[in-house]
Ligand binder design. Structure first.
Ligand code: CA
Length: 219
């Protein structure tokens, strides 16, 4: 099932989108400000982002720019007011895949969503490589500098998240939600414990601690 992140602060529009998309077999999550929009989109759990320009805390342009700066390639459909289409097109700089002017018919949006998801369907990556660290996702094999390394299921899942986001600071919350699920106690130190396990197996210096924030895999 395709997962769609909706960043829209107007409840009426957000629930219109959510109902329509769910009715067409998509899983949806709504966020109402630009900071969350970035965090959720960067977390890698979504296949497409529907992004309103006029969002509190951080506007849609800024969210999009940050995503592209961080080389996060999630397809984005921008929602913009009809009278600011010219500004929107100018502001996209090729970073977004599409835009749609409000008000819009749901079917029109649905067609764009389907098109973007199809266009985005590139052959699935099965081996992730970061420097001399490689993860074979299908065989669940890990190699460090040509040496096979044994990882537990959780360690492998954690290593996979790091390898999918090299050189990116990942917060404990992001790692928790990816590897342990959203309902895990956010106060738990399980992430730190598993990062220690992982360091022991793949080398102590690959995963850098970002004090007060989280961790980063050195590229
Ligand atoms: Ca808005």
């Amino acid at each position: 099932m395709n997962r769609i992140l909706i960043a829209e602060d107007e409840h009426r529009i957000a629930s219109f989108l959510e109902k329509g998309l769910r009715g067409n077999g998509f899983a949806t999550t709504v966020v109402e400000d630009g900071v969350r929009a970035y965090d959720y989109a960067a977390g890698g759990d979504f296949d497409l982002l529907i992004l309103d320009i006029g969002l509190p805390l951080r506007d849609g342009f800024s969210v999009l720019r940050r995503l592209r700066d961080a080389r996060i390639a999630i397809p984005v459909i921008i929602l913009t007011a009809r009278d600011s289409v010219a500004d929107t097109v100018a502001g996209l700089e090729g970073g977004a895949d599409d835009y749609i002017a409000k008000p819009f018919a749901f079917e029109e949006l649905l067609a764009r969503v389907r098109l973007r998801l199809r266009a985005d369907r590139v052959p699935e990556v099965t081996v992730l490589r970061v420097g001399d660290l490689s993860l074979d996702l299908r065989a669940r094999r890990v190699n460090v500098g040509g040496q096979a390394v044994d990882l537990s299921t959780r360690e492998f899942a954690l290593a996979e998240v790091f390898c999918r986001h090299p050189d990116q600071v990942l917060t404990r919350e992001q790692l928790l939600s990816h590897v342990w699920g959203f309902d895990f106690d956010p106060g738990s130190n399980v992430v730190d414990v598993y990062v220690r396990y992982l360091r022991r197996k793949i080398g102590p210096d690959r995963i850098q601690t970002i004090r007060g924030t989280g961790y980063r895999l050195r590229p």
